[in-house]
Each structure stands twice: as C-alpha cells, then as structure tokens.
Write a protein that binds this ligand. Structure first.
Ligand code: ZN
Ligand code: ZN
Length: 94
C-alpha cells in the first residue's frame, strides 16, 4: 500500500484524487483548484487531493489538513489512486 506501479514512473507514491482531478489528469487539461488532506488512520502518508467542488460538497476543511475521525474516511471520499509523480508533474507546469 502507498506505492503504485506507474507506466511512466515505475514504483511511485500514491495520491488519491477526486473524479474531477482524475478526469483533468486523463485529459491532460488544467487541473481545478484543489486541497490536500491526510487521513486520521494509518497509513498516514496517504494523501488525498480534492477539487474545490468536492471540498464544498463534502464540507472538508480549507486549507487542507489531516482529517479527524468525525470527518470523511477514504472510502467515502470516492477517490482514485493515482501516481503522485504524474500528479506533481502536471501541477508543476507553469
Ligand atoms: Zn472533485
Ligand atoms: Zn507516474
């Protein structure tokens, strides 16, 4: 867990992204504004990135931080595991 096998980057870290960010990654289009969250339970290195719309819809705290038990857990966030290197590559583009 926590590591994915990317066809571009090989073994890489995992980031969990919402459907909208996933769609933008797939389309190589501009990502929506997003916030990063970590989870209340191990593995605490799992990072969840949710776009602005999902943040509002799920009433997540802004700015992103470590979520607590009373807040949503990964299963309920409806996210897709994604290569973190791919994500960083896209978001670091000017
Ligand atoms: Zn979203
Ligand atoms: Zn990758």
């Amino acid at each position: 867990m926590g590591v994915t096998l990317c066809h571009v980057h090989g073994r890489a870290g995992v980031t969990h992204v919402c459907a909208h960010i996933r769609a933008a990654l797939d389309a190589h289009s501009t990502l929506p504004a997003w916030s990063s969250y970590t989870l209340p339970h191990p593995p605490d290195y799992v990072v969840v990135r949710m776009c602005e719309a999902c943040v509002v819809q799920r009433k997540l705290p802004v700015p992103g931080r470590r979520l607590i038990d009373e807040e949503l857990v990964l299963d309920q966030l409806d996210t897709t595991p994604t290569c973190d290197a791919c994500f960083v590559e896209l978001t670091s583009e000017p």
